[in-house]
Design a protein. Structure first.
Length: 288
């Protein structure tokens, strides 16, 4: 069963540009008749260059914006209906790229409790949820710390815990590692994978890091508001030329395999990891 389903989803907005002779208004089609399905319990990555529409799509899942045309269902709820916003946002939480924008309290555990308190959850249940959420992201021992003194990766994990405490069925991550160093990125991605694989949570990851997308069950590529590619990471990243035409990179080892193939070396084009590359090279050596 799908957690998210888009049917001819379109979104249009007015862009206002200041000119010497006045202002200029133009209609921008950010999403153009997008169709997709995201199964419950799956981990999908959404890729696209800056301004492609991927973050606009993410905001639709949390009903931060509503379709101009078409339909988007989240856990069976039609996001066009304003009266369903509460149910939609309880179904799908959202984590943004800057964790400082989601931290509201001066103590970690109070920050995690903020969402459930606003939902009217009983105090004993809030205590339970706070502890469970902090343990799920590996930050329980920091529950009495001040968020502002934590590292970027730790702050992002606290932001994730704040969403988890509201018990969503799905979490949308809008470039959550964009502002982090490599260690912080690894901490956050480990947390995302654990939530998906151990907790069975539906994950939608908006990212421009190809090595993060490799970890997903399925990859969607948006270009200028159009859904142009979808498939497993191996199916999508094997299409090197097409991805480059959309202004995207591929994992380094995939790029290496692609260049070797161009040189006439018989090697698989869908290599995604260093381990796969080592295996492929060992096979090549054994045939020489």
């Amino acid at each position: 069963m799908e957690m998210i389903k888009a049917q001819d989803l379109s979104y249009e907005y007015i862009r206002v540009t200041e000119l010497e002779q006045g202002t200029k208004e133009e209609k921008i089609l950010a999403l153009n008749h997008v169709n997709l399905e995201i199964e419950k319990g799956s981990f999908v990555a959404v890729l696209g260059h800056n301004g492609s529409g991927k973050s606009t799509f993410a905001k639709h899942i949390n009903a931060l914006v509503r379709p101009t045309d078409g339909v988007l269902w989240v856990n069976g709820y039609d996001t066009k209906h304003e009266e369903l916003i509460w149910e939609i946002r309880q179904s799908a939480g959202m984590v943004f790229q800057n964790p400082d924008n989601q931290l509201v309290a001066t103590v970690v555990e109070e920050d995690i409790a903020f969402g459930p308190e606003n939902m009217g959850v009983a105090p004993t249940e809030i205590r339970k949820r706070v502890d469970e959420a902090l343990k799920a992201v590996g930050m329980y021992e920091y529950k009495e710390h001040t968020p502002s003194k934590l590292s970027g990766g730790q702050k992002q994990r606290i932001a994730i815990a704040g969403v988890l405490a509201m018990k969503p069925k799905c979490i949308v991550f809008d470039e959550p590692t964009a502002m982090l160093d490599p260690m912080g990125r690894k901490d956050v991605m480990d947390t995302i994978l654990r939530l998906n694989r151990e907790e069975g949570m539906t994950i939608v990851l908006i990212t421009h890091y190809m090595d993060e997308a490799v970890l997903a069950d399925k990859v969607f590529v948006i270009d200028d508001g159009n859904m142009v590619l979808e498939g497993t990471p191996k199916e999508v990243f094997a299409q090197v030329e097409k991805l480059k035409s959309y202004g995207l990179d591929v994992p380094q080892v995939t790029e290496t395999a692609y260049e070797l193939k161009k040189l006439g070396i018989s090697i698989a084009e869908d290599i995604l990891t260093v381990e796969e590359m080592v295996g492929a090279i060992c096979q090549l050596k054994s045939t020489i």
